[in-house]
Design a protein around this ligand. Structure first.
Ligand SMILES: [Cu+2]
Length: 268
């Protein structure tokens, strides 16, 4: 999680160490093979003219997008690998520098291939004024869809056979429960807990909703409570009350919830 305070910090710097995480789409790094010299042009470190890029995929880099953040006159920090920067090599570091000229709720995610669907993402809060009062800033609620099968595998199946893959679960701040006892999917992982938040009656809470899904739209609501919407993406808005908000991928809503119902459990 990354938090910036707009009043005290104008320039934000983020450093990321990119590592090649082994999973089923990446083979272990190939051993060093040869040097490229005037007399051996066919060699290029771990790769050569004989490298089969279908069976020996090149090392995976990364880059990190500051979703929704304005990167004015600062193209080299605008994250698109192969366009505004080279991908950060495995084990390498890269510092992004930008001016935080907006405030509110955002998120960052890998801008390289499908990495963010495997978890390379997180929320960003840039603190600033609000259009309505609240007692407590609860922080971000990251709404996510989750595939048991690695998305790289699902994507290559889609390319090869045109199979559609619907995602297996939905997560709030990385948590949800799933009963795998009736599933024949070997990738199913159960035994986990649902996300819970605890309110104190009479207090009001700012909740920062973020949809980071790859393939899902969310309608967010809390039974027995209404939501006072005070910001959308990085734009403060005139507050309005509603029972639910709809978020498409990448969108954020800041809502204030008053704990004014009977003290008991309510479904999110
Ligand atoms: Cu983005």
């Amino acid at each position: 999680m990354a938090f910036l305070s707009l009043s005290s910090l104008v320039v934000a710097t983020f450093s990321f160490v990119a590592t090649a995480a082994p999973n089923d789409f990446q083979k272990p790094l190939l051993p060093h093979r040869c040097n490229n010299t005037p007399k051996a042009r066919g060699c290029w470190g771990r790769h050569s003219i004989d490298t089969n890029y279908y069976t020996d995929p090149p090392d995976t880099g990364t880059s990190v997008h500051w979703n929704g953040i304005r990167i004015l006159n600062n193209v080299q920090n605008d994250v698109v690998p192969g366009v505004s920067q080279c991908a950060v090599a495995p084990g390498g570091t890269f510092s992004y520098r930008f001016k935080a000229t907006q405030y509110g709720t955002g998120w960052y995610h890998s801008h390289y291939s499908l990495q963010y669907t495997e978890g390379l993402l997180g929320p960003i809060v840039i603190h600033g004024p609000a259009t309505a009062n609240y007692d407590e800033d609860f922080g971000p609620l990251v709404l996510q869809d989750w595939s048991h099968k690695p998305m790289f595998t699902a994507w290559s199946e889609l390319q090869e056979w045109g199979m559609t893959h619907s995602l297996d679960n939905l997560l709030i701040n990385g948590a949800n429960k799933l009963d795998c006892s009736t599933s024949n999917d070997p990738n199913c992982r159960g035994g986990t807990e649902k996300f819970k938040m605890v309110f104190q009656q009479g207090r009001s809470y700012l909740i920062r909703l973020i949809n980071v899904a790859v393939d899902s739209q969310f309608r967010f609501s809390i039974d027995g409570h209404s939501l006072r919407v005070i910001a959308n993406d990085f734009v403060p808005i005139v507050p309005y009350d509603t029972d639910s908000v709809i978020l498409n991928s990448g969108q954020r809503y800041d809502v204030v919830v008053e704990a004014n119902s009977d003290p008991k459990d309510y479904w999110i």
